[in-house]
Design a protein around this ligand. Structure first.
Ligand SMILES: NC(=O)c1ccc[n+]([C@@H]2O[C@H](COP(=O)([O-])OP(=O)(O)OC[C@H]3O[C@@H](n4cnc5c(N)ncnc54)[C@H](O)[C@@H]3O)[C@@H](O)[C@H]2O)c1
Ligand SMILES: [Zn+2]
Length: 346
């Protein structure tokens, strides 16, 4: 994507951007963490702007917070020539982008993603939105930002668990599209990975897929590998008091389960399955999924936005580096795959 700018010198590239583009006013959306850890990196070089700070967390990604953001934009008298800068993780990017895309029928915005997950995934591909009642990303639009600035030094202040969570999308991008890169990452610990190289690679994989199929009619579904079962596990744990599972931790389990299903379907070899589970289990803590939870998890897979006519459809690996779309998963296969995951040794 030509609007993605990977930079080692954020100050310089942002300054160039503001020299080349004029805005009537600028608002910067942050949460309490990015206000503290990220905003100081650019505060002094931004043109005159107003700061909008919200509380951090997925729980804030709803219409009530949007109301506050729109109120602030209105109070600043922002007109249609204004700019919103979303400085934060995927919550800030998705929600700030959504607020900008709908304010006065749409003003321009830029994404400055500050988490690994948002750099390799959320900020790429134009999906914006918020959660609604129990449903994730239920209300939203597609709209591209003016630019996305990728600056990996933001990771220096990121919690280890958040870094690990984002890394799951990097693993996914390698598995679905690049066997050579997979061979490279699978022999190294997370701490030994070259994140700058991997972030650039991941953005390349996602961009190419999104450009080919922006509205997810076919190949974009490949990005859903690991997410059919993974999302369902994530939703299940969301409803469990005190047992939070980060997105990537759930997707890690989902990738193992869906690889096992792939092996049953003759799409993956035993060796490939072993490689995948060995690496994932070396990076992520083993999750305990009670057998009594299996039915609920299967029910959650039925809610997936990608399903059609009440059938659970998944994107499975067709050998490492390739993907097969719209493979139907039966309730029984999903449960067996969870059982398989459970008996794996950490
Ligand atoms: N639009 C898409 O295509 C897409 C794709 C994937 C995920 N998403 C969305 O992204 C969201 C998750 O993104 P996320 O994991 O970035 O979550 P997040 O925005 O909640 O960030 C995670 C935590 O890290 C903190 N943080 C952010 N940057 C930091 C930094 N540099 N140093 C220290 N702390 C920092 C945040 O305050 C927050 O507490 C979800 O809402 C998901 O739906 C969207
Ligand atoms: Zn994901």
């Amino acid at each position: 994507l030509n609007n993605v700018i990977t930079t080692q010198d954020l100050i310089k590239d942002l300054s160039t951007f503001f020299k080349d583009n004029l805005f009537s006013s600028i608002a910067v959306l942050v949460d309490e963490n990015t206000s503290k850890f990220c905003y100081p990196h650019l505060r002094d070089i931004l043109p005159k702007h107003q700061l909008i700070e919200i509380k951090s967390g997925e729980e804030e990604k709803h219409l009530g917070t949007c109301t506050n953001i729109w109120e602030a934009m209105t109070a600043f008298n922002m007109d249609r020539h204004g700019l919103m800068i979303n400085l934060g993780g995927g919550v800030i990017g998705d929600m700030g982008g959504f607020c900008a895309a709908t304010y006065k029928r749409g003003i321009r915005f830029i994404q400055i993603p500050t988490t690994l997950l948002s750099q390799v995934d959320a900020s790429i591909g134009g999906k914006l939105g918020i959660d609604f009642h129990h449903y994730k990303n239920h209300i939203g639009v597609f709209k591209d930002p003016e630019a996305v600035f990728i600056y990996t030094p933001f990771f220096d202040t990121l919690a280890k668990a958040e870094l690990r969570s984002g890394f799951a999308e990097i693993i996914k991008h390698c598995l679905i599209a690049d066997k050579i890169m997979w061979e490279k990452i699978r022999t190294r610990k997370l701490e030994e990975q070259n994140l700058l190289e991997l972030v650039t690679h991941s953005i390349g994989v996602k961009s190419r897929i999104v450009e080919e199929d922006p509205f997810e009619k076919n190949i974009r579904k490949a990005l859903n590998f690991g997410h059919t079962v993974g999302h369902a596990i994530e939703s299940f744990f969301l409803d469990l008091p005190g047992q939070k599972l980060l997105h990537g931790e759930a997707i890690a389990v989902g990738m193992i389960c869906e690889s096992w299903v792939g092996k049953q379907a003759g799409l993956l070899s035993e060796t490939e399955l072993k490689e995948i589970e060995t690496f994932i289990l070396s990076v992520y803590p083993k999750v305990t999924i009670q057998e009594s939870a299996f039915d609920t998890i299967v029910e959650h897979t039925l809610q997936d936005k990608k399903n059609k006519a009440n059938k659970v459809l998944a994107a499975l690996l067709d050998g490492i580096g390739n993907i097969k779309l719209n493979v139907e998963l039966s309730a029984d296969l999903i449960k067996q795959s969870l059982k398989y995951y459970n008996q794996l040794a950490k």
